[in-house]
Design a protein around this ligand. Structure first.
Ligand code: COS
Length: 393
């Protein structure tokens, strides 16, 4: 068979290439100049939020009928990757907006979608609240309770490690509605930041992504209208895990962007830095390190894009592969991000350890991608369970 030069299995369609060019341009112009300051001052990247809202990239995934762009999962990962390439903290704006609304999009009523998603499309933000002090990887061990009282649900408890906590208007909150039923006694709700009994506090001091607040949120007899439940009572744990099947590729994309940013900085630097009378780029050791970085990034990109495209096929077609591929893409890309950013610091030598160059920030930012939205150990466990179902003796 003769090779067909128009064969483009691994070439993104034109519309995604245009999207990448647009978000790259925006990121370099409006987000990159503030990335070091955002990290240094540990402040929320307001400039990034404004730039993303102005060009409708803040919540690209929101369906058009609610005022969003209606971007698919592949579009979302490209946006997140490109923002992360210049600023890890800012990339959490589109990523967490997707995380905080995916359960609603998958399982919520039209009424609730309209109420929340139009807000998000207009520039408000959403967060996802699953984790508690005593329920991290073992998410079903949560203690936050929701009790029905007439036309309201009353929530009591607290959630921790809430990304963009305090900045978000809406929170997808998982709470126990029937303690006798374990995971099947958990329901999901949309809580607004001005609901009575809701408060935010306990901001974490972190190693990286310092521009994105990580907060504790509290519910003290927090009353919300009955229609704010997502789907059926008792379906909340499944909705929470389905959400992660859809959003783990976005963390893979954040990791990919951080790796790409560090790799590009390293490739430039080694062609300027002279030692032993020549650019360090001329040493085979340097080229081998760069080649390894590049191979890992290329492989991670294929996994992240494939997992995102697969998420669009939905449960029917994607089936069990949805969770398997999402967990694999997230775990692999985040491991790559840690390796590549660490190697980039190494190539910069002593300078890489200073804040004069962005690679040390990227290395610190990369670490969390191995931890949140399921530690890479949990991701491997999710994969292990599913891959054993695929092949039987
Ligand atoms: N999609 C939909 N439903 C799922 C699912 C998925 N991906 N995975 C499991 N379920 C269902 C199961 O089918 C089961 O329902 P039935 O009892 O009706 O069969 C229910 O959920 C409970 O599943 P399971 O018994 O497997 O739950 P576990 O308590 O063993 O927990 C893990 C499963 C560890 C996978 C889950 O707790 C997890 O993903 N933990 C990590 C949480 C996480 O990522 N936290 C980060 C938060 S974002 S920063």
């Amino acid at each position: 068979m003769a090779f067909d030069p128009t064969f483009d299995l691994f070439q993104l369609p034109e519309e995604y290439l245009e999207l990448r060019a647009a978000i790259r341009d925006l990121s370099e112009q409006y987000i990159a100049p503030h990335a070091a300051d955002v990290d240094e001052q540990e402040r929320f990247p307001e400039e990034a939020l404004k730039a993303l809202i102005d060009s409708d990239f803040n919540a690209i995934h929101v369906p058009e009928e609610y005022g969003g762009q209606g971007g698919d999962s592949l579009a979302a990962v490209i946006v997140i990757e490109e923002v992360a390439r210049v600023c890890g903290s800012s990339s959490l704006i589109p990523a967490v907006n997707k995380l905080g609304t995916t359960g609603l999009i998958l399982a919520g009523s039209d009424e609730l979608k309209k109420e929340v998603l139009t807000d998000i499309a207009a520039g408000k933000m959403a967060s996802y609240a699953l984790t508690e002090r005593g329920a991290g990887s073992d998410a079903a061990a949560m203690k936050t309770r929701a009790v029905r009282d007439g036309d309201e649900w009353v929530l009591n408890g607290s959630k921790c490690f809430i990304t963009n906590g305090g900045k978000s208007t809406w929170y997808t909150v998982m709470a126990v509605t029937d303690p006798e039923k374990g995971a099947s006694g958990i329901s999901a709700f949309m809580v607004r930041d001005d609901d009575p009994g809701f408060s935010v506090g306990g901001f974490e001091k972190k190693m990286g992504i310092k521009g994105s607040p990580t907060a504790e949120i509290y519910f003290e007899d927090c009353r919300i209208p009955a229609h704010r439940i997502i789907g059926e009572e008792g379906s909340g744990f499944k909705t929470a895990l389905q959400t992660l099947d859809h959003t783990r590729p976005t963390i893979g994309a954040q990791a990919l962007g951080l790796a790409q940013g560090a790799y590009e900085a390293a490739v430039k630097y080694v062609q300027e830095r002279q030692q032993f009378g020549k650019d360090i780029a001329q040493f085979q050791n340097t080229q081998f390190m760069l080649a390894d970085m590049r191979m890992k990034i290329d492989a991670a990109r294929l996994m992240v894009y494939t997992a995102a495209a697969n998420a669009e096929r939905g449960e029917a077609e994607g089936g069990a592969r949805l969770g398997l591929m999402a967990a694999g893409a997230k775990a692999y890309a985040s491991d790559v991000a840690m390796q590549v950013t660490t190697d980039a610091v190494q190539l910069f030598g002593g300078y890489g350890f200073t804040r004069d160059f962005p690679v040390e920030r990227m290395m610190r930012d990369a670490k969390i991608t191995q931890i949140y939205e399921g530690t890479n150990q949990i991701c491997r466990m999710v994969m292990g369970r599913q891959l054993l179902q695929e092949i039987k003796p």
